[in-house]
Write a protein that binds this ligand. Structure first.
Ligand SMILES: NC(=O)c1ccc[n+]([C@@H]2O[C@H](COP(=O)([O-])OP(=O)(O)OC[C@H]3O[C@@H](n4cnc5c(N)ncnc54)[C@H](O)[C@@H]3O)[C@@H](O)[C@H]2O)c1
Ligand SMILES: CC(=O)[C@H](C)O
Length: 238
């Protein structure tokens, strides 16, 4: 295992849900964290909570689907932290419903956030990791990127794309001593899936995903855990 203390991380969508808990767990390990999101009030609240751990915390308001905004946000982080050692590409949105009732603009928006958002972050952060010959990237996909069902075709298309991009990239980056991996959670108890009628105790909690991310990051850099697939116990996922 490696010690993460003193490393620097960026977490997109770090103001709530999986992103917030991951940022908090990393901070508890002594990692300085930059959280990115769109809601300034939520970001400031998250920042105060994480700062109680004693690490350096930066909160930056940026929309991951805005390439220029991402470039400036990452530049700001690089100016404050010496290096970026860990990138958690977590920001995402979900839309669902019958395919024939879907609207092009809604699908485009979801692609922009879930796929191009990750692409912009990777383009901004990876050159520094290649230069320093080390780094960890975790792309949050979903079990919806492994299989799909009625009403889920468009969200699944974005998550299949995330996994495809990650599979190629991890092989390109491995010779540079950079680990690029992905996670495929099932139903996690966050605002993303809203009112699902699922019982909370049958769902994965965002803290569980954060535990898995941090545990994987602590594994010695010579070994890459390519994907961690998680299953809640609820009936949605049969
Ligand atoms: N909740 C689930 O059941 C579940 C399951 C599998 C995968 N996921 C994935 O986990 C990730 C995190 O989701 P969550 O469940 O914590 O949801 P959440 O809604 O609680 O959090 C999403 C975060 O992403 C941020 N975000 C959304 N659009 C953004 C944008 N354009 N720019 C910057 N930030 C943006 C939000 O502000 C928020 O902080 C998503 O990629 C989601 O697809 C969630
Ligand atoms: C939101 C999501 O990704 C599903 C539940 O797998």
């Amino acid at each position: 295992m490696q010690n993460l203390e003193g490393k620097n991380a960026i977490i997109t969508g770090g103001s709530r849900g999986i992103g917030f808990h991951t940022a908090l767990n990393l901070a508890k390990e002594g990692v300085n964290v930059a959280i990115m999101g769109r809601d300034e009030k939520a970001l400031e609240e998250a920042k105060s909570e994480i700062a109680k751990t004693g690490v350096e915390v930066i909160a930056i308001s940026a929309d991951v689907s805005d390439e220029g905004g991402v470039q400036s946000a990452v530049k700001e982080v690089k100016e404050k932290f010496d290096s970026i050692d860990i990138l958690i590409n977590n920001a995402g949105m979900m839309g669902s419903g019958p395919f024939l009732e879907s609207k092009t603009e809604d699908f485009e928006k979801m692609m922009q956030v879930n796929v191009f958002g990750m692409y912009h972050m990777l383009q901004a952060v990876l050159p520094g990791m290649v230069e320093q010959k080390s780094g960890d990237v975790v792309n949050v996909a979903s079990v919806s990127g492994l299989r799909s069902g009625p009403g889920g075709s468009l969200y699944s298309a974005t998550k299949f794309a995330v996994i495809g991009m990650t599979e190629g990239l991890l092989k390109e980056m491995r010779p540079h001593n950079i680990r690029v991996s992905y996670l495929t959670p099932s139903a996690v108890n966050t605002s993303l899936i809203g009112n699902t009628k699922l019982q909370e105790e049958t769902m994965t909690q965002p803290e569980d995903i954060a535990d898995i991310i941090v545990n994987n990051l602590k594994i010695h850099p010579r070994t890459l855990v390519k994907n961690t697939e998680m299953w809640a116990t609820n009936p949605l996922e049969k």
